[in-house]
Design a protein around this ligand. Structure first.
Ligand SMILES: [Zn+2]
Ligand SMILES: [Zn+2]
Length: 226
């Protein structure tokens, strides 16, 4: 397949490195096994069954099972869909490993948060970025480990995680988002003043919750398997 065609098809972000990586991937059975292992790891970290993952990218559950055991490899168009579901880079899936560099750049646990004090805009970046909003340059917020008394309440309710807090939620002082971060996954739950913090999310056994209060700033707590 000519590179230009690929570039048109997947947009400017696909680079020659991916192309070369893909050729290597096709020719090397070891990479296929590693890619499969990584797909399984990402999938289980997200708490998805093979069938659930298959549905998200419109393939059969059998296909996912084949990839995970290394007896088949996903088509490149599916790899980009998989990368999107996992919130990772296509290169990571191609090589089947999170290299040192990639784990810095693509590591969802190192996601940076920027909040504009003027308009409340929340911006995230997976590595350092020049972020501006409302004419101001924003700097990344440093998360502070939450004291026991500040921590969000996390309960396992039949396979899901119920998150709640009795933190102040007035218009002047409230939690504006709660996010989940692990090495490979990132999700954010927007919160609103005058509503209590309470929502359900997939049950994760590792990773951390990060949340932002308009007065207290960015806090985090690690999730521990109970
Ligand atoms: Zn702004
Ligand atoms: Zn607060």
């Amino acid at each position: 397949m000519p590179f230009l065609f690929l570039q048109q098809f997947y947009g400017a972000w696909i680079d020659a490195g991916i192309h070369i990586g893909y050729n290597r991937f096709r020719g090397d059975n070891m990479d296929q096994v590693r890619t499969g292992g990584l797909i399984r790891r990402f999938r289980t970290e997200m708490g998805l069954t093979q069938k659930e993952l298959a549905e998200r990218i419109n393939v059969s559950g059998k296909a996912v099972s084949k990839w995970e055991t290394g007896s088949g490899c996903p088509d490149i168009s599916l790899l980009s869909a998989l990368a999107e579901v996992f919130g990772t880079d296509i290169n990571v899936l191609l090589t089947g490993e999170i290299s040192r560099n990639e784990s810095e750049v693509g590591n969802m646990k190192k996601m940076k948060f920027y909040v504009c004090r003027k308009c409340g805009n929340i911006i995230t970046a997976s590595s350092d970025a020049a972020v501006t909003c409302c004419g101001n340059r924003l700097s990344a917020l440093e998360p502070v480990k939450a004291e026991e008394s500040e921590q969000l309440k996390v309960e396992d309710i039949g396979g899901e995680m119920f998150v709640s807090s009795d933190h102040c939620m007035t218009k002047e002082h409230y939690i504006s988002f709660v996010a989940y971060q692990s090495d490979s996954c990132f999700m954010m739950y927007r919160q609103y003043p005058e509503w209590n913090v309470q929502f359900t999310m997939p049950l994760f056994r590792t990773g951390r919750l990060v949340w932002y209060c308009t007065e207290c700033g960015l806090r985090y707590q690690e999730l521990r398997r109970k």
